[in-house]
Design a protein around this ligand. Structure first.
Ligand code: OGA
Ligand code: MN
Length: 245
């Protein structure tokens, strides 16, 4: 148990200490990406789930972050919770995380699922990790209590590749993305209950992500009721060409 907790803790870190990787060596040239995306951008609609600080940030993020509302049905949410709850219930919510990234949470990893839940997770991985992307065999379950928060951080590149995919169960929440080197570039993302989000490349490497607490949860000026939220998160294997500085 101890070791497992330690492993999970390493998945995330606060990056106030400075940038954690040198992306320039391994990510595509941003100018090329920008010129490609400008061609198609003008007639693209702004998705309802994002509220960005400015058009450039919006374009940066809609290229590398997506939310699928109602990705799972109520029955599927119940099925996932039925399998997870007996185990989660035995854990206590932790109020302090060793690196201060997260408060009011309990978590575990799971590899084996019943047939119904397996097919739900396969739908996630078919979209988020099309072959041959090697995804991590263990799925991460993070249970935030009603008052729980995840502070701004970037998942450690040592333990996770370019893609993070998360199902939100039991509660809607607001995720805030903030550019690691320019705090004025930011966006709030509405993660509705039973949605799936996929965060990859720029949004995963260049922006910190946070899940706001119940009092801060506002989207487009509208208060969002936060309750206990369970996320089911899949990641791919670390990219060996990217290392922390
Ligand atoms: C994490 C994290 C987001 C979520 O566990 O590193 O950022 O959707 N989780 O729960
Ligand atoms: Mn994270």
């Amino acid at each position: 148990m101890r070791n497992l907790r330690l492993t999970l803790s390493f998945l995330r870190r606060i990056v106030n200490q400075g940038p954690i990787l040198n992306t320039r060596t391994s990510l595509p040239n941003p100018d090329i990406l920008r010129s490609i995306s400008n061609i198609t951008k003008s007639d693209r609609k702004i998705p309802a789930w994002i509220d960005a600080s400015d058009p450039n940030t919006l374009s940066d993020l809609t290229d590398s972050f997506i939310v699928y509302n109602d990705f799972i049905s109520e029955e599927e949410e119940t099925s996932l919770m039925n399998e997870l709850e007996p185990y989660m219930r035995r854990l206590r919510y932790e109020r302090d995380h060793w690196d201060d990234a997260i408060h009011g949470y309990r978590e575990t990893e799971r590899r084996q699922w019943n047939a119904e839940n397996n097919s739900i997770l396969k739908r996630v991985s078919d979209i988020a990790f099309p072959p041959p992307t090697p995804k991590l065999a263990y799925v991460h379950i993070l249970d935030l209590e009603k008052s729980g928060v995840i502070k701004p951080h970037i998942d450690a590149v040592r333990f996770c590749g370019n893609t993070i995919a998360g199902l939100s169960l039991l509660s809607t929440a607001v995720m805030r993305l903030t550019h690691d080197e320019d705090e004025s570039k930011r966006a709030d993302i509405l993660l509705s209950r039973r949605s799936l989000y996929i965060m990859r490349d720029n949004s995963r490497y260049l922006y910190k992500h946070a899940v706001l607490g119940e009092n801060e949860s506002v989207f487009n000026g509208q208060k969002i009721e936060r309750d206990r939220r369970v996320s089911v998160i899949m990641r791919n294997e670390p990219d060996k060409n990217i290392s922390e500085r």
